[in-house]
Write a protein that binds this ligand. Structure first.
Ligand code: UDX
Length: 438
């Protein structure tokens, strides 16, 4: 009999993971406090944009393999394995905010009190090393009156899902990491992954938590590293695309995450790097590499504004921002690098006109309120004095002289090194590129 799975939290990680477990044939019940999200999921409609999720949810609903409820106790009663997938945003000082983890742990514990059988609680949320053992476990024990490892199991199973590719990343992971303090919890969670061919690591919970943070932090450092190499290449006359290609041939480096641009955004890299650095410092340990990666990431988007100012005075100018989402194929604007760019442009007296194929709705909550949001690229370019390509959507990569000619100015900043610089230059445009071009 396949174990039944409960997902507490239906964000990018929780809903995709629940849907993919259901696709593997496990019965899944998702729990969320947001009734609107629950209703959408029960109609087979994802409350978030994620490639392939709409079709998957609809199919699962038709097969009655995935449902949602606002009742956490129903999820606990139904499930043999319950995942905590609630958010862990940053607090003001960059440290991890555990409010949602605390609320979910207490709700699960209260339901665990009267529950039958040996249930396994699995933390999937990205939490600082030690949180599962020293924060979640005491809450579960205190509010259930039961003992971890004896009356219920406890594990930590981080996700490594990229937005826009999350379903693929679940289906074909590089590794599965399961952190437990006891054997039974490990064996129970391992059953969910028995069809996977990748390495399955059994570590303790703190090690599992650190593998997740160290993975994200390393990838973020890699991005900031290539961005600094791009800035150096600009002034030293190197072609950073070829530099990145040369690095990538080294198997120890790999070609991935060496795309220079305006920096990293999203709901993970910025918050995870800040949280790990903050946790290290709270233990009296320096985090110089993490601090440096964040510092580069804060200044990098402003390079685009500096490039504009090398050519024009920004006062009263109209600047088209092409792309708002933190990366292509998502509607997520959290920590997008367009935010500091828009804020700086407005601070310097320019007018911002921003376009994105998918993220306009979310843009309203993140861009300065004086930003003008438009639903097509021509409306952004029309009569703009200059344009910055911020997010490398396919639609935007292919823009050429014809589209840009509706601008009143001739200045284009390619923040992601994806435009046809030669064709645009030959058409009389001044194209400035992060990392320059040779
Ligand atoms: C990341 C991790 O990749 C994933 O494993 C983890 O589970 C969640 O966080 P995500 O934030 O969805 O995933 O996006 P990712 O594709 O990693 O890109 C993160 C940011 O880095 C984006 O803003 C992207 O534009 C930027 N980036 C990425 C670069 O600037 N250059 C690169 O070469 C790669």
């Amino acid at each position: 009999m396949k174990p039944k799975v409960g997902m507490i939290g239906t964000g990018y990680a929780g809903l995709v993971t629940g849907a993919c477990f259901a696709e593997l044939g496990f019965e899944v019940l998702c729990g969320d406090i947001d009734q609107k999200k629950v209703d959408l999921i029960n109609r087979g409609i994802p409350p978030i944009f994620e490639t392939g999720l709409a079709d998957l949810l609809k199919d699962l609903r038709d097969k009655n393999l995935l449902r949602a409820t606002t009742d956490t106790s129903e999820v606990v009663q139904f499930s043999d394995i319950i995942f905590i997938c609630t958010g862990t945003p940053s607090t003001e000082d960059g440290s991890i905010n555990l409010d949602q983890i605390e609320a979910a742990s207490k709700d699960i514990a209260r339901a665990l009190k009267d529950a039958e059988g040996f249930k396994i609680i699995v933390v999937k949320s990205t939490v600082i090393p030690g949180i599962t053992e020293n924060f979640v476990k005491p809450l579960l024990e205190r509010f259930s009156g039961k003992q971890a490892g004896v009356d219920f199991g406890l594990a930590m199973n981080p996700e490594f899902l990229k937005e826009g590719l999350a379903i693929q990343d679940f289906r074909v992971p590089d590794r599965v990491v399961i952190g437990t303090e006891d054997e039974k919890s490990f064996e129970s969670v391992k059953i969910l992954y028995e069809s996977f061919t990748c390495p399955i690591m059994h570590v303790d919970t703190s090690t599992a938590e650190m593998i997740k943070y160290a993975s994200n932090a390393f990838l973020a450092i890699k991005v900031s590293f290539i961005n600094e190499i791009a800035n150096m290449s600009e002034v030293m006359g190197a072609d950073v695309s070829e530099v990145a290609r040369g690095l990538g041939f080294d198997k120890r480096i790999s070609p991935q995450f060496l795309r220079p641009g305006l920096g990293f955004g999203g709901s993970c890299f910025p918050k995870d790097v800040k949280a790990l650095a903050s946790a290290a410092k709270s233990h009296g340990i320096s985090a110089h590499t993490l601090d440096a990666a964040l510092k580069v990431n804060e200044s990098q988007p402003l390079r685009a504004v500096e490039m504009l100012e090398e050519e024009i005075n920004l006062e009263n100018k109209k600047i088209a921002l092409l792309g708002i989402a933190f990366k292509p194929d998502t509607d997520d604007v959290r920590e997008s690098r367009v935010i500091p760019i828009a804020e700086e442009l407005i601070r310097k007296g320019a007018t911002v006109i921003a376009y994105d194929p998918l993220a306009l709705e979310n843009a309203k909550y993140f861009l300065p309120e004086t930003s003008i949001l438009v639903d097509n690229v021509n409306a952004a370019l029309r009569s703009a004095d200059a344009a910055i390509l911020v997010t490398e959507w396919d639609e935007l990569r292919n823009l050429g002289p014809e589209e840009f000619s509706s601008m009143s100015g001739k200045l284009i900043i390619d923040g992601r090194r994806v435009l046809d610089w030669k064709k645009l230059s030959q058409a009389g445009f001044t194209v400035k590129v992060i990392g320059n071009v040779n």
